[in-house]
Design a protein around this ligand. Sequence first.
Ligand code: ADP
Ligand code: MG
Length: 675
Amino acid sequence: MASLFQKNIQELKGVGEKRSRLFAKLGAPTVGALLRTYPRDYEDWSQPVPLAQAPAEQACVVRVTVVSPVSEQRIRSGMTLYKLRATDGRHDVQITFFNNPYTKNLLLEGKEYLLRGKVTGSFLRREMTSPDFMPADRLLPLRPVYRQTAGLTSRQISAAVRAALGMLPNPLPDPLPEPMRRACHLCSLRFALENIHFPRDRESLEQARRRLIFEELLVLQLGLLRLKSRGRQQTSLRLEVDASAEFFRSLPFVPTSAQKRAVAECIANMRGDYPMNRLLQGDVGSGKTAVAAALCHSAIASGMQAAFMAPTEILARQHYETMRRFLEPFHLNVALLTGSVPAAKRRELLAQLRQGSIHLLVGTHALLNETVEFRQLGLVVTDEQHRFGVAQRAALTQKGDHPHILVMSATPIPRTLALMIYGDLELSVLDELPPGRQKTETYVIDSAKRARAFGFIRKKIDAGRQCYIICPLIEDSESDMASVTQYAKDLQEKWFFANTVGVLHGRMRPAEKDRAMEEFAAGRTDILVSTTVVEVGVDVPNAVVMLIENAERYGLSQLHQLRGRIGRGTEKSTCILVSDAQNEEALKRLRVMCETTDGFRIADEDLRLRGPGDFFGARQHGLPELRIADMSADFALLQLAQGEAKELLVHDPAMELPEHRGLRAEVRQLFSALE
Ligand code: ADP
Ligand code: MG
């Protein structure tokens, strides 16, 4: 099978150069890739209806015997009709094809066929025009429907797949080891490939799907676990000094007990024999940065350097300022590295980093550059990790000798899901907010009340406050840009002519985004009209209102994330959800937002109401794209695959055993797109 991935699709009969390009567009440049291009649906040919019961305006399957030869009738140049008659035993049907001489050889008098199409005409004269057909004795009740591309029909793809199946070697090596297949009740690769494309029946299709989904999830989990498997290496970077008490004393506030617990859990890890590999989850405002600072401080006190990576330049800068403030009492050298640091300054900074005189380096992706070398990198912190690809995180840790890793996430993912996505990361949770926070009030209104909401916003602005307005548009699309800009313009002209209105959306260049965010942070814009790009945002404590248009379009967790942009100061904040949704389910979800500000409760509600799709779906989590598995729908198989992946790696961490070679090749293949 692996070698079929080296076979160009042109080796298939009937696929020339031109068509091979179409296959490549479909994601199948090779024979192997074609076999792994699964149907998106199936046509059911297993329930033929009598002609008399064919529905009026809908395709159906009938089972008929041809009772005439195919007659040929040229009606004008370039147009020939092919006609024949058939019967289901009680009624006749007239069948017509256009310009299809092959029908003469394919539809033979006296033989039985299944036809699929619309039955038209009256009961006196039933007709079918260009139906799909197949011999009734061909046992193929479910026909595959492939995702098409211009110039390539599902039928053509299906024919190519049939040819490709014929090229499978015999016996076909199966990447899933036999004992695993037996233990998990999984069919063989050959059976799976044959039946995913041309199912013998529903059960066989189900077997095939189950096996292929499992295989894909297993490969995914193996890849993830292997990326993290350096965690099993003994660490040379054991934390010698637990300086956290000293750090806590230096803070201008009293740490929450959740913060203290998280720091203690991390420090215990870092003092152990293996590097820490931990996810720190905490709701917005729960004080994750202070936890990170405590760990950086202790790591540095033990003679290591630390790195802190954030997904955007402006976030990096904010973290840099915060870290500097936290570490100031200890006279530590904190530096900032982003794409916009000038060359000379950058050279100097990199030299200091190599010498070890910079203790903590905060920055963006710029940290991943190969010129960035540490003397003794002992701790890597990444913020908002779902914005980073798996491979990017791995690249940063390679700058040290198995450094400790802390991943911070403000997305309150239910624990079970977190463990799935993050594999063997351990989990610390900040489930407590610092005292004295004002709860953000949340209201749902319909668009008829929008004018009043704008009035409320104007009062806040007059009092010197700022406001976010979120427009629900498809990120990064053209229409997105147009409508956010248009919205902002209308707002400015009709409602807020005396104020400044800023715009932020996914189509802006990073520098433009940063500028828009900075203007807002500095208080020079009163209202920021934005898409959801603002959700990984910068602290603007003066922003106390957020109005979200078409709020029903978001998942609860995303609404929560957005809402986290306000309520960061001492003043009470207000979140206004605008929605004209009529359906009870949507309203129920929005009401949850009004009732609670607890991110984990919201995440659980979301999981209950919408399933886990929201966590895996729209969110970028840096995982490779899957062909058949749907992590939300196939949750049970995901769990099974994860268990098997762990087990396998315990016995064969490098996947070197001959029986694991096939899987190793697949892991490489799946993750190659990420590198
Ligand atoms: P997040 O978890 O969203 O990253 P931050 O680390 O940005 O939260 O903290 C939010 C704000 O709360 C910061 O201004 C921080 O200094 C402050 N803070 C953190 N911990 C405490 C605490 N225990 N008591 C009071 N304020 C705190
Ligand atoms: Mg933060």
